[in-house]
Design a protein around this ligand. Structure first.
Ligand code: ZN
Length: 294
């Protein structure tokens, strides 16, 4: 049996900060439904549930972030950029980071490398055309990174990915055959509003929609425990979900708690990634487990 990958090393945060936190928003809009449920394009109510994100959620969240003086990261599928250019340009104008999030929100697992490369390039082209942005960060749609994604990202000059789940702090992820690495900034399902709030009949969710009070408690508890251990709190929200009024209000309370600690570095993921790159950490190699090998 091959040795288990070495756990990520603890990270020294800048200026003696104890922990780090990032607020990230996946601006999926309709694309989150269109790729896996193409016939849902004819369901007008479902489409408006999704377009609420760029139309109403984004402006509300941008006001919130400005009030809190927090810079965030918005991951945007190329299709969404082309169809909601005003929302994407408003995000850029407000000084937030734009990251790559596929073209039509296609999960890379199950795609041939050539097809995956094509979607990556279409996404890059759309972000460049709409917002004049060349992103340094990537997040796989549905957090479904494939084992060949890191190589395709490195080929295109990406600095970091934020889709994996095996650490509480960022680390360097080795890129096989390229003698290079990507900074990996881990995420987890408990810190994703989709699991708490999303209900789309026949598409996603059980019908249970959590109270923002309960969600705020879930996220606060995780933040406090991570902070105590010097970890990196990465929250993932979707404007079509957390852009709704009571949820945005709960998110704002959480941001106040995080910034109010005074010892937590709150930054966009690109800033976190650049800091981690400066630490010159040894990269970790991840390979697919072999079920046939004892
Ligand atoms: Zn997404």
């Amino acid at each position: 049996m091959s040795p288990a990958p070495r756990p990520a090393e603890p990270v020294d945060w800048p200026e003696g900060r104890r922990a780090a936190a990032a607020f990230t928003f996946d601006l999926d809009a309709e694309s989150a439904v269109l790729y896996e449920h193409p016939t849902a394009r004819h369901r007008m109510s479902v489409m408006t549930h999704q377009s609420y994100g760029p139309l109403v959620g984004v402006p509300r969240l941008l006001r919130l972030l400005e009030r809190q003086d927090v810079r965030a990261t918005f991951f945007v599928p190329g299709w969404t950029a082309l169809h909601h250019p005003d929302a994407v340009r408003a995000v850029v104008a407000a000084g937030h980071e734009i990251g790559h999030h596929g073209y039509l929100h296609e999960p890379p697992t199950g795609l041939a490398p050539g097809t995956e490369a094509e979607y990556l390039d279409r996404g890059l082209d759309a972000l460049e055309r709409v917002a004049g942005v060349r992103p340094v960060g990537y997040r796989a749609p549905m957090w479904e990174l494939s084992y060949h994604t890191p190589g395709l990202l490195a080929e295109r000059g990406f600095l970091y990915d934020s889709s994996l789940m095996d650490a509480d702090v960022p680390y360097e992820l080795a890129v096989p055959d390229r003698d290079s690495s990507l900074v990996e900034i881990p995420v987890q399902w408990a810190l994703d509003d989709w699991e708490q709030y999303c209900y789309l009949p026949g598409i996603s969710g059980s019908g249970l929609i959590e109270s923002p009070r309960k969600v705020r408690e879930l996220w606060s508890l995780e933040f406090r425990a991570l902070r105590a251990e010097g970890g990196c709190f990465v929250l993932t929200n979707h404007p079509f979900l957390s852009g709704r009024p009571s949820r945005a209000a709960a998110l704002e309370e959480l941001i106040e708690e995080v910034t109010g600690t005074g010892d937590t570095w709150v930054a966009p993921l690109a800033d976190l990634a650049r800091h981690v790159r400066s630490l010159d950490l040894p990269p970790r190699t991840l390979t697919p487990p072999d079920p046939d090998r004892p």
